[in-house]
Design a protein around this ligand. Structure first.
Ligand code: CAA
Length: 276
C-alpha cells in the first residue's frame, strides 16, 4: 500500500496496541501522533474537544458544515500552532462521510480516533413537532453515527487500534419537555455504542459515549431565557458546564491506555442525573 506520508516515515513505537506511525507535522517536524476526527468540530463543544486532543499530541481534523464560515474561521484562527485542520462534511449524508473520511485518511494517515460531536436541536412538544423537525434531528444526531463509524470501523479493527466516542446527552437519560426527537436520537446512540463496542472489543477498538449535561454553547443559549435560568438553577454543582469539562473526559477516553473502558457511558452533568 502506498505510504501517504512519503518515504522514510515508517518507525513504530511500543505501547498498547499498534503505535502510531512517525509522521511529519505541517511544519516539517517529525512527531508521533495519532489522527483524530471530530465531527461538529467547529462548534462550542467540538472545538474544545479538538484543542484537548491536539494538546495531547494528536493531529486533529475538525469536520463541520461548509457554510459555517464564521465558526470555521474562528476555529482556524484559534489554533495557536496546534496541529488542527478543517474539512467540510455533512454527517447526515453517507456518501459525503465516505468521501471525506477516506480523503482524510489518505492525506493525514489512518483515522485512529473518531469523536461524534455533531448534533442539532429542533425543540418542540410532540403535539407541535413537524415531520421535518423529527427527521432532521434523527438524521444529524443518530444516523450520522452510523454514517461515520461505518467508514472507520473496519480499518480500525484491521489495524488493531481505535477510539470512538459518541457525544450523547443527559436528556437521553432523563427525557426533556420538547425533546422527543433529540432524546430519542441521543438514547439511540447508547444502544449503538454498546453494540459496536461488543463487535470491536477483541480488536483493540473501544467505543464509548459521553453524556454532557447543560453546557455553555450556542445550543443551550438558544433555550428561552427563563427556562434556561430555571434549568441552571437545578444543577447540583451550581453552574452550567463548560466545554472543557466535557473535552477533558473525551481526551481521557481517547488515550491509548484507556483500553479497558468500552461500551460505557460517562455522564458529565454536574449532578443533574445521578445513577448507578
Ligand atoms: N416543563 C414543563 N412544562 C412546560 C415546559 C417545560 N419545560 N415547557 C412548556 N411547558 C408547559 C407550559 O407551561 C404550557 O403549559 P399550559 O398549557 O398549562 O399553559 C405548555 O407546556 C405549553 O406547551 P407547548 O407545547 O405550547 O410548549 P411550548 O411551545 O411553550 O414550549 C419548548 C416548548 C420551547 C420546547 C419548551 O418546553 C422548552 O424550551 N423546553 C426546554 C428544551 C430544552 O431544555 N432544550 C435543551 C436544548 S440544549 C441541549 O439539548 C443540549 C443537551 O444535550 C442538554
Amino acid at each position: 500500500m502506498e505510504n501517504p506520508f512519503g518515504a522514510g516515515l515508517t518507525m513504530q513505537l511500543t505501547g498498547s496496541g499498534p503505535a502510531p506511525m512517525l509522521r511529519r507535522s505541517n511544519r516539517g517536524q517529525s512527531m508521533n501522533q495519532r489522527v483524530a476526527v471530530v465531527t461538529g468540530g467547529v462548534g462550542g463543544l467540538g472545538a474544545s474537544i479538538c484543542r484537548a486532543l491536539a494538546d495531547a499530541g494528536r493531529t486533529v481534523v475538525a469536520t463541520d458544515l461548509a457554510h459555517r464560515g464564521d465558526a470555521i474561521e474562528a476555529f482556524l484562527d484559534d489554533r495557536n500552532g496546534r496541529d488542527m485542520h478543517f474539512e467540510p462534511m455533512d454527517v447526515s449524508r453517507f456518501e459525503d462521510c465516505a468521501d471525506t473520511l477516506s480523503r482524510i485518511a489518505e492525506s493525514r494517515g489512518p483515522i485512529d480516533i473518531l469523536v461524534n460531536a455533531a448534533g442539532i436541536t429542533r425543540d418542540a412538544s410532540l403535539r407541535k413537532m413537524s415531520v421535518e423537525q423529527w427527521r432532521s434531528v434523527l438524521s444529524v444526531d443518530l444516523e450520522s453515527v452510523f454514517n461515520t463509524c461505518r467508514q472507520v470501523i473496519e480499518p480500525m479493527m484491521q489495524r488493531g487500534f481505535g477510539r470512538i466516542v459518541n457525544i450523547s446527552s443527559v436528556n437521553a437519560q432523563t427525557g426533556q419537555f420538547g425533546q422527543t426527537n433529540y432524546a430519542a436520537a441521543k438514547a439511540g446512540m447508547h444502544g449503538f455504542t454498546m453494540s459496536l463496542a461488543r463487535e470491536a472489543a477483541r480488536k483493540g477498538v473501544t467505543v464509548n459515549s459521553v453524556s454532557p449535561g447543560y453546557v455553555d454553547t450556542e445550543m443551550t443559549r438558544a433555550i428561552r431565557h427563563d427556562i434556561r435560568a430555571q434549568i441552571i438553577e437545578s444543577i447540583p454543582v451550581g453552574r452550567i458546564g463548560m466545554p472543557d469539562d466535557i473535552a477533558r473526559v473525551v481526551r481521557f477516553l481517547c488515550e491509548d491506555d484507556a483500553d479497558y473502558i468500552t461500551g460505557a457511558n460517562v455522564p458529565v452533568n454536574g449532578g443533574m442525573f445521578m445513577s448507578f
